[in-house]
Design a protein around this ligand. Structure first.
Ligand SMILES: *Cc1c(COP(=O)(O)O)cnc(C)c1O
Length: 396
């Protein structure tokens, strides 16, 4: 078994590579190919495609790294949000407070149980839910809060936990983008009632297919989450509740087990890349044209995304300018959930979540993956600089 090196392995530079991809998962997987192949082959030989020992091993290691007592693997990050809500017995008439500036799964888990997602606005600096807005949204029907640790930075769990405790409501951390992140020295997923993780290939610990995991602190919750993830069945063919089938394949667990040994190294690389962008954007003067992402004082950011704010209605033009130079970028997220057609019946008016609506018009995420090279980061910043140089010339 090869130990992770102090520095990150990067495939050799090919001279003809000029494009900078938003994400290149194969660079990370390429150097682990041999190990991943043997891990898959071992599962094939064992014939234990479900419930293999690799699943339990992964659960224990993710629990340890996040600082949670228990971890229960499941089929996706979306299920990792749905299952705890099922275990709460959530249903019609219940309300769950969550951000609108997030991936769809955060709110769909609430909706599909017949409960009502109550969308609240964000702190425009961190893009995470504003605890004051959460406080204002609490009613007698509020059952839970789902803070999202967006882009790899934890929401203000100190304030949110205090609010939740005061009102006797549960906190489910959507840590899909934040494995390895911390708030006040505590791991993402270890601070709420349940933490939800995703192993979708673009996440900081990505599988080769779908996968998810729930963390929690108490034994009773752990048992209930396992029950709901397994048809509500325990013992065999005895169903005390109606659950779902949500499992992580042994092959995925084996692949993730190989990759997990690199997570710290990859997180450190993402943090280095973010620091280099900060430096390049500042020294080039671009920090006056665009707003750099911030890391809150209590946060250890895991940088799933490095997200700029491009003001004055220029975001889409900047994105096209970069695309013309074969530089990848992406908008997370262009349409807030409270403005999605499927949630029209909730009746949110334009302007009801102003910071969210503004962020959706201004954000642009740049390549930040661990194996990204410094020369590629310079190309990205140069691409951005050339947009603003052009504009100044036009204006002059
Ligand atoms: C990716 C993601 C999910 C869903 O994870 P899947 O594994 O794709 O189901 C949920 N919430 C957030 C914030 C995500 O980024």
């Amino acid at each position: 078994m090869r130990e992770p090196a102090a520095h990150i392995p990067v495939p050799p530079v090919t001279a003809d590579r000029v494009a900078v991809p938003l994400l290149d998962v194969s660079r990370g997987n390429q150097l682990l190919e041999g190990e991943i192949d043997s891990a898959i082959r071992a599962v094939v030989k064992s014939g234990r495609f479900l419930h293999g020992p690799e699943v339990r091993d992964l659960e224990e290691r993710v629990a340890a790294l996040s600082g949670a007592k228990h971890a229960i693997a499941c089929a996706s990050g979306s299920d990792a949000l749905l299952i705890p809500l099922m275990a709460l017995g959530l249903g019609p008439g219940d309300e769950v407070i969550c951000p609108s500036f997030t991936f769809f799964a955060t709110a769909s888990a609430v909706w599909r149980l017949g409960a009502t997602p109550v969308f609240v606005d964000i702190d425009p600096k961190t893009y995470n839910v504003d605890p004051n807005c959460v406080q204002d949204a609490i009613t007698l029907r509020t059952r839970a809060i789902i803070p999202v640790h967006l882009f790899g930075q934890c929401a203000d769990m100190t304030a949110l936990s205090e609010i939740a405790t005061r009102h006797g409501i549960s906190v489910i951390e959507d840590a899909a983008q934040a494995i390895g992140a911390e708030h006040d020295g505590r791991g993402a997923g270890s601070m709420g009632w349940v933490g939800a993780f995703s192993f979708y290939p673009t996440k900081n610990l990505g599988g080769m297919g779908d996968g998810g995991l729930m963390t929690c602190q108490d034994d009773v919750t752990a048992e209930r989450l396992r029950l709901y993830a397994n048809h509500g069945m325990n013992p065999r063919y005895h169903h005390s509740v109606v659950g779902i089938n949500s499992r992580l394949d042994t092959i995925q667990a084996a692949i993730l087990g190989v990759k997990l040994r690199w997570l710290d190294t990859w997180t450190a690389a993402r943090r280095r890349n973010a620091a280099l962008y900060d430096k390049l954007l500042t020294t080039s003067g671009l920090a006056e044209d665009v707003t750099l992402p911030t890391e809150a004082a209590a946060a250890k950011h895991a940088w799933n995304q490095y997200t700029l704010r491009i003001p004055f209605g220029q975001r889409d033009a900047v994105r096209k300018h970069l695309a013309d130079r074969q530089i990848g970028s992406e908008i997370y997220y262009p349409i807030p959930l409270h403005q999605q057609e499927c949630f029209k019946s909730l009746g949110y008016k334009p302007g009801s979540l102003p910071h969210t609506e503004r962020a959706a018009k201004e954000v642009l995420s740049l390549p930040i993956f661990p194996e990204l090279r410094p020369d590629e980061q310079r190309s990205v910043v140069e691409g951005l600089a050339s947009f603003y140089r052009g504009r100044q010339r036009l204006a002059a």
